[in-house]
Write a protein that binds this ligand. Structure first.
Ligand code: HEM
Length: 463
């Protein structure tokens, strides 16, 4: 009698429960099954993998006990290791490179250093706004392109994190690195959901994937080699400390390979997440005009017609909570994985072995009415205001991940999003290109609104 039985959909010969999962949209399948089975369910996947999926606050809160559970590198992240190996995002628990990079980089990702990157972030945001202005009010701006594929978040990380200009706002087609990365991430997701035999048969896509990976790694190597040859000590970026600082525990510096893996990691982990969130945020604001107007008022009161300064990052609480509410509602990372360090009972109820992959199903977890109330399915940034944020129970909000493997780029991302949205609101009036658009989600490694477009018109009197 090892705990309560865990519900499971009927299993089929050879494929187990793989038929329950849409390989092109794994999160959607997880949400659907949560609706059917409730707080927990299990799936038998190809290759003998067993998944246990946790859907409410009680169970996910328990998974955040770092003494009993730790991050697991699931099938998709294992594939991404071909590109970024022991980089922070895909490193196995206790992998040596993770420890060195984590300790060395944690202080660098703190608010003091990140504030110093504001001019570089502003440089890129201004390029975007200038471009929007030139195209005029009838031009449809596809959010995924503006914020993701080729432009804002990508260029911000390039410039702020390692002093490199991808210059995507000046190109008709994205920088080759961007396309290579999108292709690699898509292919990794597909490989993770195919059987071993199927992957072995896809010789051409494997070759193309390997070529893309090589090209991306070479560019990162070139950036590092160039910086070593031409030091730029005046730059407030991540590359300088990665080259110079030492890990306080081992006394080691980061090897060139570890630096490359992490440069590439910041681009992978940082550009789709930030831009997906911006796409979702604009969707919610445009579907809820009262929230849009409230945010407009805050931006006008705080920024007026003046330049965005470092102090403004912490002076726009409504904007910050619009971002948190967007991430709660449905963020770009949907199903982070964990496993039990030793056999244990989740929340004292469900028995799991270390070999089982545990999935934090963030959408149903972030909509648990026991924590968020009966209006959990409504977009309402106000729920975070007036102490609402402080009153949340422990581990209620995990859009940035959990514990020591939580997002190292959170301050970077929040600052970038606050800067971008505040300056867009300062200068432009935004509307949906197609007012009848309904959310449909596109999944690569992360989630984003599919084909969601906006139009922008310069506000009267704003230069
Ligand atoms: C890890 C979310 C932006 C770098 C994570 C994780 C989540 C997350 C959920 C944990 C993943 C897991 O448990 O498997 C987000 C969101 C972002 C964002 C929602 C934006 C809205 C960024 C940015 C950067 C970044 C801008 C870099 C500049 C990383 C790295 C890790 C990570 C390196 C791995 C940390 C480790 O395991 O040591 N992020 N992220 N992220 N994120 Fe972010």
């Amino acid at each position: 009698a090892k705990g309560l039985p865990i519900p499971q959909p009927p299993s089929r010969l050879f494929i187990g429960n793989a038929g329950e999962i849409d390989p092109a949209n794994l999160p959607q399948s997880m949400w659907r099954l949560a609706d059917v089975y409730g707080e927990i369910f299990q799936l038998d996947m190809p290759g003998g993998r067993k998944l246990v999926v946790c859907n409410n606050y009680e169970l996910n809160n328990d998974l955040c006990d770092g003494t009993r559970f730790e991050k697991v590198i699931g099938a998709a992240l294992k594939e991404v290791r071909a590109l970024i190996a022991d980089g922070l995002f895909t490193a196995y628990p206790n992998e040596k490179g993770w420890g060195i990079a984590h300790r060395l980089l944690m202080p660098v990702f703190g608010p003091i250093t990140i504030r110093k990157m504001l001019p570089e972030m502003n440089d890129i945001v201004s390029q975007m706004l200038l471009r929007w202005d030139r195209f005029g009010p009838e031009n449809e701006l596809v959010c995924a392109d503006e914020f993701t594929r080729c432009r804002l978040a990508f260029d911000v990380i390039g410039l702020a994190a390692f002093g490199y200009r991808f210059n995507n706002f000046y190109r008709e087609n994205a920088h080759p690195f961007v396309t290579q990365m999108a292709d690699v991430l898509l292919e990794c997701g597909k490989r993770a959901n195919r059987t071993g035999i199927e992957n072995a048969l896809r010789v051409f896509s494997a070759q193309e994937n390997a070529a893309n990976i090589k090209a991306m790694q070479s560019l990162c190597d070139e950036i590092v080699a160039d910086r070593k040859k031409n030091p730029q000590p005046e730059l407030n970026d991540l590359l300088n400390p990665m080259l110079e600082n030492t890990d306080p525990v081992t006394g080691e510096k980061m090897s060139d390979e570890l630096i490359r893996n992490n440069l590439c990691t910041f681009l992978v982990a940082g550009h789709e997440t930030t831009s997906g969130t911006l796409g979702f945020l604009f969707y919610h604001l445009l579907k809820n005009p009262d929230k849009y107007m409230k945010l407009q008022k805050e931006v006008d009161e705080v920024l007026g017609d003046g330049p965005f300064e470092a102090k403004h990052v912490s002076q726009l609480p409504y904007l910050k909570f619009c971002i948190y509410e967007t991430l709660r509602y449905m963020g770009p990372i949907a199903t982070p994985g964990k496993h039990a360090i030793k056999p244990t009972l989740i929340a004292g109820k469900y028995y799991v072995e270390p070999s089982t992959q545990l999935v934090m199903n963030l959408k149903p977890f972030h909509h648990d009415p026991k924590v968020w109330g009966d209006d959990a399915d409504t977009f309402r940034p106000e729920r975070w205001m007036d102490g609402g944020f402080e009153k949340l129970p422990p581990n209620a909000f995990k859009a940035f991940g959990d514990g020591e493997r939580a997002c190292i780029g959170r301050t970077f991302a929040e600052q970038e999003m606050i800067l971008a949205v505040a300056t867009i609101f300062q200068k432009f009036q935004v509307e949906m290109a197609d007012p009848s658009y309904q959310m449909n989600v596109k999944v690569t490694l992360t989630l984003k609104p599919n084909n969601f477009a906006i139009k922008v018109r310069r506000r009267p009197g704003r230069s």
